[in-house]
Design a binder for this molecule. Structure first.
Ligand SMILES: *Cc1c(COP(=O)(O)O)cnc(C)c1O
Length: 462
């Protein structure tokens, strides 16, 4: 790239005011929130980097499309428009909308589990995907390359499958017990890290060798395609759509949370290459779970906005800017010595809090401590992805230790300016300078499942 940083390829037409609170107010607000940023009200957050899911800005084309929504219960015109766009992008035969990614998962995944003791294998399952694999009575196994856990060192595709491990798992568990191989692109949980086309081709070869179904968990498939274009030999001159199509050709089923690369606030989908039987199963099952197969939990106007958003997310100037914002924030932090998952991935900067606050043990949640300090510093809301989120071993009741203690600074699409990112960087750097004063956290209230959403914590003063 000949440009250092890229100005946004859009201008602002409508604004949503946000306000900075004072430090004293934030001390009180965080205390009332039980030292858990999930419990803060969004109006008490200045810059909200909790997630990039459904938090982006729609274009004026999308807002205009909303007016075209056909709200018919069955056979809506908006569905046929949406279906055409998805078929055109994927090359697949069948499309079913869902209310969001987990809606698609709860409908599609159980159809692949036909007996006890089955497994899904992924480079790395996302939490909701893992949950739906388990609810379907199967187990989720991850086999990402080990470079993924080495945050300091560069690897262009830290989301890649470990191919030897993949083959090994299939042999150990028996090919007839593998319900599917899931390509998680990009690898959300490990930093939005991409998977290379070469790696996916090899995974497909292994899947074919054993006759195993391949699925794409492609919330950020467009971002993955952009990384392939930037980093993989032979793809420099292909369009994002061509690269994405090459990935779709390697799979049988595409599940998507369209709250990410669909550039909309809600939505998901199931697309199926050509398996009519599987399509019929999903079409039957979606009715009680999400809704009639031509709306799947979405309004007609949602499908209109998605039809436009899915195409906008494939535009190169948009992707260039999006990934540049993430890189920009990552560079600022790295230049100041803050340890991050490097290189930065598609949707967030992941700060390595095992290195940031090594004096806080995993069971006192170092990344949660850093996140709280960043909120106190500047009203910025990050999210913890580490041992606090991971929870306890269901058998022993002990806190599990996450391989990585990460603070995720997730960048919503088309929403914040570089100046906002400067504020974020300054806040994190300030906290880093005072990192020795950070303290761990203990529980005040711990819910039995998915504790990170509603737990209340207390700082452990030494
Ligand atoms: C967000 C996400 C999901 C779940 O989608 P929701 O829309 O949040 O239900 C599944 N897989 C990946 C990789 C995701 O990033």
């Amino acid at each position: 790239m000949d440009k250092k940083y890229v100005a946004p390829p859009y201008r602002i037409k409508m604004v949503e005011p946000i306000k900075m609170t004072t430090k004293n107010e934030r001390i009180e607000l965080l205390k009332n929130a039980g030292y858990n940023p999930f419990s803060l009200r969004s109006e008490d957050v200045y810059i909200d980097l909790l997630t990039d899911s459904g938090t982006g800005a729609m274009s004026h084309f999308q807002w205009a499309a909303l007016m075209m929504g056909d709200e018919a219960y069955a056979g809506s015109r908006s569905f046929y428009k949406f279906e055409k766009v998805v078929k055109d992008i994927t090359g697949y035969d069948y499309v079913i909308p869902a209310h969001q990614g987990r809606g698609a998962e709860q409908v599609a995944l159980p159809q692949l589990v036909n007996k006890e003791g089955m497994f899904f294998i992924s480079n790395m399952h996302f939490d909701t995907t893992r949950a739906h694999v388990e609810l379907a009575g199967a187990r989720a196994l991850d086999c990402v390359i080990k470079e993924c856990f080495d945050t300091e060192n560069y690897h262009p595709f830290k989301g890649n499958f470990d191919l030897i491990e993949l083959d090994h798992i299939i042999n150990a568990k028996g090919k007839e017990n593998i319900a599917g191989i899931i390509f998680t692109i990009t690898n959300n949980s490990a930093g939005g890290q991409p998977v290379s086309m070469e790696n996916l081709r090899e995974v497909k070869k292994i899947a074919d060798k054993y006759g195993i179904t391949t699925l794409i968990d492609g919330a950020r498939y467009a971002e993955n395609a952009y990384f392939v274009k930037q980093r993989e030999k032979g793809y420099e001159n292909k369009t994002i759509k061509e690269i994405a199509r090459e990935v779709f050709d390697l799979a049988d089923i595409f599940l998507m949370s369209s709250k990410k690369d669909g550039l909309s606030n809600i939505g998901g989908l199931i697309a199926i290459k050509n398996d009519t039987d599987f399509y019929n199963k999903c079409r039957t099952y979606i009715v009680p779970m999400e809704g009639f197969p031509t709306y799947g939990g979405l309004t007609g106007r949602d499908m209109e906005a998605l039809s436009v958003g899915l195409l906008e997310a494939l535009e190169e100037d948009y992707l260039e800017h999006r990934l540049d914002q993430v890189r920009y924030l990552g560079d600022k932090l790295r230049d100041a010595g803050v340890p991050i998952q490097y290189p930065t991935g598609g949707h967030a900067v992941f700060v390595d809090c095992k290195k940031f606050a090594p004096h806080i043990p995993y069971y006192e949640f170092p990344a949660q401590s850093v996140s709280n300090a960043v909120y106190l510093e500047a009203g910025v809301r990050p999210v913890e992805i580490g041992s606090f989120l991971l929870g306890r071993d269901p058998d022993t009741g002990k806190n599990l230790e996450s391989p990585l203690e990460l603070m995720r600074l997730t960048i919503p699409r088309r929403t914040y300016t570089y100046k906002h990112l400067d504020v974020v960087a300054e806040a994190v750097i300030e906290v880093y300078k005072n990192r020795k004063s950070l303290v761990g956290l203990g529980f005040d209230y711990e819910p039995p499942v998915l504790r990170h959403f509603t737990a209340r914590l207390i700082p452990l003063t030494k």
